[in-house]
Design a protein around this ligand. Structure first.
Ligand SMILES: [Zn+2]
Length: 248
């Protein structure tokens, strides 16, 4: 069985070579790694170059980073420099849990909208982080007409997840159960779900992404194999992952 870890941060591992080879051995088909800080971008691109057709990069500025940044010029220019090598933009988004002032919220919004604009103009999918800001994130995405969207580690209300799925947005599921996540998995069509680990931030590694498939299969009462196939297909389609779809 094949699994794609649609979202993690290999640059945050000191021993990323070990992490990647463990994933290779445990049946992971591909890893999408997100460099979402100024210093993480270079390392992310380096890792992806080292493992072509297995590690795929997306780059952005996470909202927690954006809050304390003066401007986003260098973030955007490194994205621009790498736009032919990345398969998407992200993670970007809004995180009101960490924002302590209106100024920090404004910074997050400014960053999110700039990167969203870039993803739309370059026709790249966007990986979005939202925490305590799920509705705001969705409203922004819809207002701008975004179509290729991955809401990663979504932990917002079911009503927002349903609205996202109706618009064809995808939601990725980490191998960590929670009451709200369970509800979302149960009611959102399998076609709208992807697997992720968000490694290392949830104490997981990409080699454990099959845990997400088991979680989805358990809640939806499906075979893990069916979840593996559907999520792999949807992930390849969303990110147009060259080298994985058999056409090139
Ligand atoms: Zn992440």
């Amino acid at each position: 069985m094949e699994f794609i870890d649609s979202h993690c941060h290999l640059d945050a591992f000191k021993n990323y070579d070990e992490v990647v080879s463990k994933a290779l051995k445990s049946g992971v088909k591909a890893i999408i790694t997100s460099g979402c800080s100024l210093k993480g971008v270079g390392k992310t691109m380096e890792i992806a170059q080292k493992y072509p057709c297995f590690v795929f990069p997306v780059i952005g500025i996470a909202p927690q980073e954006a809050m304390s940044m003066e401007n986003f010029d260098s973030g955007l220019s490194s994205l621009r420099d790498n736009k032919d090598k990345v398969i998407g933009v992200g993670e970007v988004g809004l995180d009101f849990h960490w924002a302590k002032s209106q100024a920090e919220v404004s910074k997050q919004k400014e960053c999110f909208e700039l990167f969203l604009e870039f993803s739309l103009s370059e026709k790249l999918p966007i990986v979005v982080h939202s925490r305590d800001a799920e509705k705001e994130v969705l409203d922004t995405l819809m207002k701008r007409g975004a179509e290729r969207v991955l809401l990663h580690c979504f932990s917002g209300p079911l009503s927002v997840a349903e609205r996202a799925a109706e618009h064809g947005f995808l939601i990725s599921v980490p191998p960590v159960p929670s009451r709200t996540r369970e509800k979302v998995i149960k009611h959102i069509p399998l076609e709208n779900l992807l697997l992720e680990t968000d490694a290392p931030y949830l104490g997981k590694e990409p080699s454990e992404v099959n845990g997400s498939a088991q979680l989805v299969a358990g809640i939806k009462e499906l075979e893990v194999e069916e979840v593996s196939k559907a999520t792999t297909r949807s992930c390849i389609a969303l990110f147009n992952m060259r080298g994985l779809n058999g056409n090139d």
